[in-house]
Design a protein around this ligand. Structure first.
Ligand SMILES: Cc1cc2nc3c(=O)[nH]c(=O)nc-3n(C[C@H](O)[C@H](O)[C@H](O)COP(=O)(O)OP(=O)(O)OC[C@H]3O[C@@H](n4cnc5c(N)ncnc54)[C@H](O)[C@@H]3O)c2cc1C
Length: 417
């Protein structure tokens, strides 16, 4: 169905009736060539690229809830390619390039807005670290501009530059960074995959993985057993639980990450801004709400809601950086379940079971990875070979210690990402 201006006006005049679902609601078949467990951003994009790039169309995406109900519809929508280490740098660079053509490719408006991202720094040491990061970004072919204090002031005049503890020294500006409409990304990939014959099956929880002689044979679900030659696990915060169905113990902890949105305000923030002296980042949605978040809650949990101490921490940081925000009223907050790896970098790999693949460990940064991850995981599932930009995302790095990436430079300790 097209979305012409005429149709939008017509539907508006007649009570929004006449819109049809944009993907089918099929019954599960007895057997597929490939099954993707998890209908989040990564699962849907994997199915889409398996169909589009590799001609595999006898595929099902099995989702325990509804499309967009997981982290893909819960995140703060920041899209960027400002990673530092070899391995991450080329992957996120590739993913950002895919964002830049995604709307044309899907023929779907995901409201990708390259409004620019500014990471603030508050000391000489931090300036050095951001200068290094900026150089790594430029070497990778991405964009980075080191701003001094006056340069930041030109972009973000509403910040408190002279806070006694954390004065602003400058910022690293990434003009191609920005935001997108998160659930539209899920819907766009779902529609594109469905149009290519992929069965998207909601309310279908995988409860077991069938393995015979070291080879995957299919899955058990709340809607019956389904056979498959290949199975991909793409379940974000539930990765540990689903991998355990195949006898695997992953190096992953699940933690809650919260986010907040205020009432709709007139335009004030036209970039994405992150504070350098606490974990805090903010942007303004197209509806006018200030969307912001901070660090994970520091305990393992499967509850998609957070606790008060982290709320207080985030609000403190907001007030330190931008005191005017104290006038805004918070409309709501929510949480999502993060699949945290010890080195803060993801996993896209085969498993010891033949035909069983895994894509997980995106920590709190996997929204920006949706196109790149789906493309690379589809490549691995279809060809058996690692896709070059994602070649370092091996599972065995946690066993061998080889190829550990340690993006944040904090050492391999949980909760220090
Ligand atoms: C508050 C918050 C803010 C964030 N901000 C950003 C950001 O600004 N930028 C960024 O890049 N990233 C951000 N992230 C991270 C990003 O959202 C995630 O890394 C990413 O969405 C995870 O991949 P996904 O979309 O596939 O996950 P999900 O949407 O969670 O998809 C996984 C799906 O698997 C399903 N599933 C689980 N178990 C089963 C089962 N047994 N059977 C069938 N289905 C199952 C789940 O129901 C779920 O729908 C944020 C996350 C949160 C929560």
């Amino acid at each position: 169905m097209g979305y012409s201006g005429f149709q939008v006006i017509k539907a508006g005049l007649f009570g929004q009736k006449g819109w049809k679902p944009v993907w089918r609601d099929p019954e599960p078949k007895a057997e597929y060539d490939a099954i993707i467990i998890g209908g989040g951003g990564h699962g849907l994009s994997t199915a889409y690229y398996l169909a589009k790039e590799h001609g595999l169309t006898n595929i099902a995406v099995l989702e325990r809830g509804y499309i967009g109900g997981g982290n893909v519809g819960r995140n703060t929508t920041i899209v960027r390619a400002n990673y530092f280490l070899p391995g991450n740098s080329e992957f996120y660079s590739h993913s950002l390039k895919m964002w830049e053509t995604m709307e044309q490719d899907l023929n779907y408006n995901v409201m990708h807005s390259q409004r620019g991202l500014i990471n603030l720094f508050h000391s000489d040491g931090q300036r050095d670290a951001f200068a290094r990061r900026g150089n790594a970004m430029i070497n990778q072919g991405d964009d980075a501009i080191l701003l001094d204090r006056d340069g930041v002031r030109e972009h973000l005049p509403y910040l408190d530059f002279d806070n006694v503890r954390f004065p602003i020294y400058g910022g690293l500006y990434h003009p191609r960074g920005g935001t997108a409409r998160h659930d539209a990304v899920a819907w766009g990939y779902a529609r594109g995959a469905d149009q290519r014959g992929v069965d998207i099956i909601q309310n279908c929880e995988v409860t077991g993985i069938d393995i015979e002689g070291g080879v995957v044979r299919g899955v058990q679900t709340t809607r019956g057993a389904i056979k498959a030659k290949k199975v991909g696990i793409v379940v974000a915060g539930r990765s540990g639980q689903v991998a355990a169905m195949a006898g695997m113990r992953l190096p992953i902890e699940s933690h809650v990450l919260q986010a907040f949105v205020t009432e709709g305000l007139k335009p004030i923030i036209d970039h994405v801004v992150s504070f350098g002296m606490g974990h805090f980042y903010i942007s303004q949605s197209d509806k006018g709400g200030l969307v912001f978040g901070g660090d994970i809650d520091f305990y393992a949990s499967y509850a998609a809601r957070g606790n008060l101490p982290m709320k207080e921490h985030v609000m403190d940081a907001a007030m330190t950086l931008m005191p005017a925000i104290g006038k805004a009223r918070v409309l709501r907050s929510w949480g999502g379940i993060m699949d945290m790896t010890p080195d803060g970098s993801p996993i896209i790999d085969k498993t010891p079971t033949e035909g069983l693949f895994i894509d997980c460990g995106w920590c709190y940064g996997g929204f920006k990875a949706v196109p790149g991850s789906g493309f690379s995981f589809a490549h691995l599932m279809a060809t058996g070979n690692h896709h070059e930009p994602a070649a370092k995302y091996r599972l065995d790095r946690f066993r061998t210690g080889v190829g550990l990436m340690d993006e944040e430079g904090t050492g391999s300790q949980h909760n220090l990402h």
